[in-house]
Design a protein around this ligand. Structure first.
Ligand code: PLP
Length: 218
């Protein structure tokens, strides 16, 4: 399936009016699809798997901003630390400490989003408010990471009121814990192909869109 150029242009136009940043989620897609999207002007790409991300980064233009949006295992941080632009799914202090350590080794400061558990499903990763509160005192000591905002995955449902309440929950937590973030503006990463408009209406300023741009995945 080819890259959906028309969808890309219409989404970009739609997002520009709301100052929302687009992360093109390219997991499982071939290099040629990413190259095509790059040539349309896209620079932010999101990947879920470390090895795939490392391979793609090596092969594609160096001015791409690579977002890691999957569940990052502590022992794999070292592979992406040299180049990753933003780690979306940070859901614990151990992981944050490891990112800090690997960032220091690479003489970098790595931007991170804390993942908040907003879905009703048990399986989705993320911190609750209590866990977040408990992490706070430690975060300030980590000099090679920068908390830039929050990320959430809504429930896998078409129930609009439920999605809306989950997005609102993330927005409210982002407002409440705004002070731990590197300023000026707090990133709120929420919304995917099926619900990005609702997410933006409820406070998202960064959407992660895959299948609308690249077609369905296996
Ligand atoms: C795959 C993925 C997306 C993109 O999903 P689409 O429905 O294809 O837009 C967004 N966020 C995360 C965390 C993902 O794993």
């Amino acid at each position: 399936m080819p890259v959906n150029t028309a969808a890309y242009h219409s989404i970009k136009k739609e997002l520009s009016t709301t100052h929302t940043r687009l992360v093109a989620v390219s997991k499982t897609k071939p290099l040629s699809d990413l190259q095509e999207m790059y040539e349309l002007g896209q620079r932010d790409f999101g990947e879920n798997y470390v090895q795939e991300l490392v391979d793609k980064q090596a092969a594609l233009p160096k001015d791409i901003n690579w977002h890691f949006i999957g569940h990052l295992q502590t022992n794999k941080v070292k592979y992406i630390a040299p180049f990753v632009c933003l780690v979306h799914g940070v859901d614990g202090l151990k992981l944050l400490q490891e990112i800090n350590k690997q960032a220091a080794k690479n003489n970098r400061v790595i931007d991170c989003l804390l993942q908040i558990h907003i879905a009703q499903e048990e399986t989705k990763f993320g911190l609750n408010e209590l866990e977040l509160t408990e992490m706070l005192p430690q975060i300030g000591m980590l000099k090679n990471i920068r908390i830039c905002g929050f990320m959430g995955m809504a429930s896998f449902t078409e129930n609009q009121p439920q999605l809306e309440s989950e997005f609102k929950l993330l927005k409210s937590i982002a407002e409440k814990f705004n002070s731990i973030c590197f300023q000026p503006s707090t990133i709120i990463s929420m919304g995917m192909s099926s619900d990005y408009q609702l997410a933006i209406e409820n406070g998202s300023n960064m959407v992660r869109i895959g299948s609308l741009l690249f077609g369905g995945r296996q």
